[in-house]
Design a binder for this molecule. Structure first.
Ligand code: NAP
Length: 237
């Protein structure tokens, strides 16, 4: 129960990695606020959490829409007044093509979720954070080392790495830490979209790579900020 009495927000909790993070955080004792666009899937995740005795709430939210983000933040804080943990997990892949051929509309869609959505959720939750809180941004290996053909997704994750370091400096004095985690390849819909030929049985499941998320969310990571972690090669820095 490393997250006992903590209140956590997880974006993109309807499936994949976000669903696994939400369930694990609830098992570790956190109350979890969930958002994504698919309300039916969110309800299922929420029922799974409650059936194991966890505390949760969810609200259908498109993180690219500032009004929806504000409504979600109001819903979370009217239930649990203060927030301890934010996992900015929601993301989209977009098309896998080189920048020279990248369509503007696709670029804008990816940036809206992976960069602007993270900014909006962070901005509106920050005033409700408890000192000692933790923000975890879900990054990617292609946001750290350039890999041709990953288009707007790669650029968005480089931006997220930058946002992580910038925000870490800005909220250090409020005793809030901000770090990023690259999950590495895990068996989810997004991974299948990126590598349709791949046998997903050869990959780790989201549930198998969650220890660094719990570490960064918990008081064990006190003082750790502005860092970038690899979930599949996790070492305490
Ligand atoms: P996924 O299965 O496609 O799940 C993505 C989640 O994001 C879904 O819950 C989706 O819910 C949500 N989402 C997308 N657009 C949204 C929006 N506008 N507003 C709110 N929620 C939105 O992908 P995943 O593999 O679990 O990815 C989770 C994170 O890990 C992403 O940031 C991704 O870049 C990162 N990552 C994954 C891998 C991997 O191998 N899987 C590797 C590196 C990094 P709705 O559709 O219901 O909105």
């Amino acid at each position: 129960m490393k997250l006992k009495n903590k209140i956590a927000v997880v974006t993109g909790a309807s499936r994949g990695l976000g669903r696994a993070i939400a369930k694990r955080f609830a098992e570790e004792g956190a109350s979890v606020c969930l958002c994504a666009r698919n309300g039916d899937l969110l309800r299922t995740v929420s029922l799974e959490i409650m059936s194991r005795g966890g505390k949760t709430m969810f609200e259908r939210t498109d993180i690219t829409d500032e009004n929806q983000v504000k409504e979600f933040v109001t819903a979370c804080t009217s239930m649990w007044s203060r927030i301890d943990i934010l996992v900015n997990n929601a993301g989209v892949l977009g098309s896998r093509s080189v920048l020279a051929e990248y369509a503007l509309a696709e670029w804008q869609k990816v940036m809206a979720v992976n960069v602007t959505g993270v900014f909006l959720m962070t901005k509106h939750l920050l005033p409700h954070f408890n000192p000692g809180g933790s923000i975890i941004n879900v990054s990617s290996s292609v946001g750290k080392v350039a890999k041709a053909g990953w288009g707007a997704y790669a650029v968005s994750k480089f931006a997220l790495e930058g946002m992580t370091r910038l925000l870490a400096e800005e909220v250090r004095s409020q005793n809030i830490r901000v770090n990023s985690i690259n999950p590495g390849g895990v068996a989810t819909e997004m991974r299948h979209q990126a590598f349709p030929q791949e046998d997903q049985n050869s990959l780790r499941k989201p549930e198998e790579i969650l220890d660094p998320f719990v570490f960064l969310a918990s008081d064990e990571s006190k003082g750790v900020t502005g860092q970038s972690f690899d979930a599949q090669h996790f070492k305490i820095k």
